[in-house]
Design a protein around this ligand. Sequence first.
Ligand code: G6P
Ligand code: ZN
Length: 620
Amino acid sequence: MAFKVTLVSTSPIDGQKPGTSGLRKKVKVFKQPNYLENFVQATFNALTPEKVKGATLVVSGDGRYYSKDAVQMISKYAPVTYLVNVKGFVQVSLAKYAPVTYLIIIKMAAANGVRRVWVGKNTLMSTPAVSAVIRERSGADGSKATGAFILTASHNPGGPTEVRSVSVDFGIKYNMENGGPAPESITDKIYENTKTIKEYPIAEDLPNVDISAVGVTSFEGPEGKFDVEVFDSADDYVKLMKSIFDFESIRKLLSSPQFTFCYDALHGVAGAYAHRIFVEELGAQESALLNCVPKEDFGGGHPDPNLTYAKELVARMGLSKSDTGGEPPEFGAAADGDADRNMILGKRFFVTPSDSVAIIAANAIEAIPYFSSGLKGVARSMPTSAALDVVAKSLNLKFFEVPTGWKFFGNLMDAGMCSVCGEESFGTGSDHIREKDGIWAVLAWMSILAHKNKDSIDGDTKLVTVEDIVRQHWATYGRHYYTRYDYENVDAGKAKELMEHLVKLQSSIPEVNKIVKGIRSDVANVSSADEFEYKDPVDGSISKHQGIRYLFEDGSRLVFRLSGTGSEGATIRLYIEQYEKDASKIGRESQEALSPLVEIALKLSKMEEFTGRSAPTVIT
Ligand code: G6P
Ligand code: ZN
């Protein structure tokens, strides 16, 4: 089938600067004419020619509303023929409504000289699976992908319309040849290109491809052949997971009547992998899967795996007031919309993401075959608690503290300096790919559980639980009490003022201590305060203004940051952390242990004064 290429005139659209993780905006913003097209072309223009001409690209995402339209859309401009039927009524010719489709990204890829596009069945592919596909998959002729457009707004809600004024978002981000998000040098170029774009080429007459059926469709364009291959990425992803973990030992754990499990995909794309991995490969019960059918509006929910939004799982695990009654499972986990985030729960027990990465690092060598020859190093984002630092020190591992954003781990991994990394924002992963990986984290925990229980699964010995593992970890390494307060959709100007106020305060530490002691006398002194700045040890690039820190003499920390992933107003994040080494003091309620620092953070920042908020939107 042949296609032609036409050049379409366009003009720049404001505000297309990619954030922490690509361009994320409300659905209605994305629906503006040329909005998606401008961004896609700005991306092609930011890449070196060999990453476009003759290249293989992946195009897929979490299946949220507008994904299919973005991949291939029912024509907005299809001519509609009006027929007058015999009785004189006007009748629209249905034939003209049949899918005359625009394959926006595919059509633009074809027009830009891309050789082939790989699309997940029904456009579904989790962010970690995209990363795995770029790194691992080979086409029938040995072709390898050099990049991907990932269509997701991650943990932000989706759908056609806002319900009770909750923003519904769409997003697009570009990943590079190493499987990781484009670095700032590329995203800055993309943004610059969006400000000057005048035209884009598109293969308007490229016929539709059935994205629900696996197979290759070939076309012939002015620059030669162009293929669209639809495939099921679960095959590649399962293969990779099997090369990392000992599925047999996990299967044994899951077969023990003592071990019960529940996985909540929050109707995100993790559902497209969960059945295959947990039920078919590992033998979990069907009933272990909750909300595992991907939906374009995530069932009306907020697909963010935390104690506030993963309500059903939290209730099932015995952690909410609306407890579901029965005995909770021993192990529970959830994923976000694009399945790169994870939440780990035990029976009536929450594992903080900061503890989770530290515990995985501490046990990886023994429990996970992929790491059996050792860890190259570990890393965390700046606001993540220092639990990982203590493990790194005790195991004598290389350690790195990077700004928020998974892309900062990628360089370290490519340089062979880091094996396991994690963030407080429910992201955990390793150098098997260049994205965080929600299902990997669950399999890592299952591996640790299987390892700790290897001698007792068959016998009558009591199961070592998630809670036992965490308490044992605290007893060995000390505990980092930790909480995060989010103030969502705050007036952007006010949020900026609050941050400026905090920076100004930092010029005099004695002054800060006077204020702190005036609020509460039972906390340690502030020893230093700064704005976090990072120099990448691999490429030497410098990232400034990465969050405001107040560091206390006893290792406690207060961190203030503006989120880079919201699509509306500003979100202020306040991270509060206190380290406790004394084994007799590690069993306190977290919110109670942290209350003096919370009080100081709120008063020092004048949170209510600046934002008008007396309470955060979400506490994790
Ligand atoms: C995404 C990124 C993470 C980041 C998180 C929170 O999930 O991949 O690396 O930690 O967003 O970012 P934010 O800027 O909203 O705090
Ligand atoms: Zn995500």
